[in-house]
Design a binder for this molecule. Structure first.
Ligand code: UDP
Ligand code: G50
Length: 480
């Protein structure tokens, strides 16, 4: 058994374990993978990363390039994907299509990973690829396979239980509320809505992955014990799925990657040029700015974009607003002024900053001028906000985002506007309502106090002796 490094110390005297990472697609998946890899590399773990190039988006490409530039010792294993056949053309989401291409090419991973030197100790892959990568690891390579789970533990429990739900409901898709043992009732409109469609590619992948994760050697979740204590206990106690594999709470990964760098032999921090956005934030009073962003892959409807603009304007608050009009960044050719509408940029000049560019979201949330985050509640966004003590106004749209919003609500560190949806045209949220909510939450002391507590708990978890730190050591101690 290899020596277990304590945080920030390189493994000395014993051969370091060699982990082969097989990430999936989408920044919400790539970002936590890069962070976990950074944390482990800072601890002296040997790492290879299987990369399928070109990536779907520019943001993903930039991110991988940054990782390999910061850690020349990390090996890149190029993965040439097989083309998708016609049967999948009905699907339009570029990320689901990439997941499918990775899944259908997974049998090619065996020889690629068998050729890695030193011999791989284990594979760490993404949940979207679980049903295809776990068999390669276990049957063909005979090495352990772990899943780095990039969403919340509530989502993981739902995923793990979903196949049993289908069996008990005698259904092949989501048909009603789901009673997840040990967790409670999940209303039918909280899980990914695509699960109501038995023919969607997403549903097929989700069911296969849900079944197969029970055969993983471990689930590494981007959370920490004090953030989701009950759900973690239920999952670990076998209440959700009997005999479920070990669940390691290894988050929050944004904190893990930076704290290990600070303590490690190699200090690797991303290098950012002087950013005009951070410069502007520096001129604003503490806690005065509302940050508005809906992740890396959601394009809001034009009409809704205009209402958000009206709401921010009417709130009287300072704001930083990231506007996205396309799912894939490479396709974005719109003019910002046209998107936000007539004279908006001129009217809010000085008080509001609007951009279509990729922003360094962590740097924004870390900035003392930011007092509120209006977010789609992607798990990375939520955990980044909590880490920096910024309250969240959750406006989930699709996928896992509503289940994540339940975590924000039950954790008390933000508000979930449950009737704010994005699905139907008649449900456009008006600027007046947005303005009113923004003003209300900006002054909510209970939420501010609670998010400050969560931040403290998160910092404790990643410190030496903290729950995350111990979980990572436990995980590493299983490798040889
Ligand atoms: N992100 C960023 N700048 C942007 C948009 C997104 O840094 O302009 C990062 C964000 O900090 C987060 C990730 O991209 O780490 C998005 O993941 P999340 O789970 O929040 O949402 P998704 O994009 O998967 O919907
Ligand atoms: C991305 C997305 C929609 C979505 C999710 C995304 C999740 C995460 C968990 O990450 O729910 C998950 C996704 C797919 C799968 C298994 C688990 O097959 O755009 O819902």
């Amino acid at each position: 058994v290899a020596a277990v490094p304590s945080s920030g110390e390189q493994v000395r005297g014993a051969p370091a374990p060699h982990l082969v990472f097989v990430p999936s697609a989408g920044m919400g998946h790539i970002q936590p993978f890069c962070r976990f890899i950074t944390a482990l590399a800072n601890m002296g773990v040997e790492i290879s990363v299987v990369t399928a190039l070109p990536t779907v988006t520019e943001a993903e490409a930039d991110h991988f390039a940054g990782l390999f530039a910061a850690f020349p010792a990390i090996r890149r294993i190029d993965f040439n994907l097989l083309p998708l056949d016609d049967a999948t053309v009905a699907e339009t989401d570029p990320f689901f299509l990439r997941w499918e291409a990775l899944r259908r090419s997974a049998h090619l991973l065996g020889p690629l990973i068998a050729g890695a030197a030193p011999r791989a100790s284990a594979i760490v892959t993404d949940v979207t690829l679980a049903s295809h990568v776990i068999p390669v690891a276990k049957n063909e390579l005979q090495i352990p396979c772990h899943i780095l789970f990039i969403s919340c533990t509530t989502m993981l429990s739902f995923l793990a239980y979903f196949p049993a739900y289908l069996d008990s409901a005698n259904a092949d898709h989501l048909v009603g509320d789901v009673d997840v043992p040990g967790i409670g009732r999940v209303p039918v409109d909280y899980p990914p809505q695509l699960l109501r469609d038995p023919d969607s590619l997403f549903t097929k992948q989700f069911i296969d992955n849900g079944r197969e994760i029970a055969r993983a050697d471990g689930l590494l979740v981007n959370t920490f014990d004090a953030l989701e204590p009950e759900v973690l206990a239920a999952l670990r106690g076998g209440k959700v799925v009997p005999g479920f594999p070990p669940v390691y709470a290894v988050g929050l990964l944004n904190l893990m990657s930076t704290t290990t760098a600070a303590r490690g032999d190699k200090v690797v921090e991303p290098v950012h040029g002087a950013s005009p956005i951070i410069g502007w934030l520096g001129e604003q009073p503490a806690r005065s700015v509302v940050y508005v962003a809906f992740g890396s892959r959601i394009a809001a409807a034009l009409e809704q974009i205009r209402e958000i603009g009206a709401g921010l304007e009417a709130s009287g608050c300072r704001f930083l607003w990231v506007v996205k009009t396309t799912v894939v960044d490479r396709q974005d050719t719109a003019e910002l002024g046209d998107v936000v509408g007539n004279g908006f940029l001129g009217r809010v000049q000085g008080r509001g900053l609007v951009t279509k560019e990729w922003v360094d979201q962590e740097a924004v949330l870390r900035h003392p001028a930011v007092g509120l985050f209006i977010s789609h509640s992607g798990w990375n966004s939520v955990t980044e906000s909590a880490t920096h003590g910024v309250p969240i106004l959750a406006w989930p749209m699709l996928g896992d985002q509503r289940l994540i919003a339940t975590v924000v609500r039950s954790g008390g560190f933000g508000l979930w506007m449950e009737h704010w949806t994005w699905e139907k045209e008649e449900s456009i949220v008006t600027g007046a309502e947005i303005a009113e909510k923004v003003k209300e939450v900006m002054g909510d002391e209970a939420i501010s106090a609670r998010v400050a507590e969560v931040r403290e708990e998160a910092i404790k978890a990643v410190a030496p002796g903290g729950s995350t730190h111990r979980s990572i050591q436990q995980f590493l101690s299983t490798l040889n």
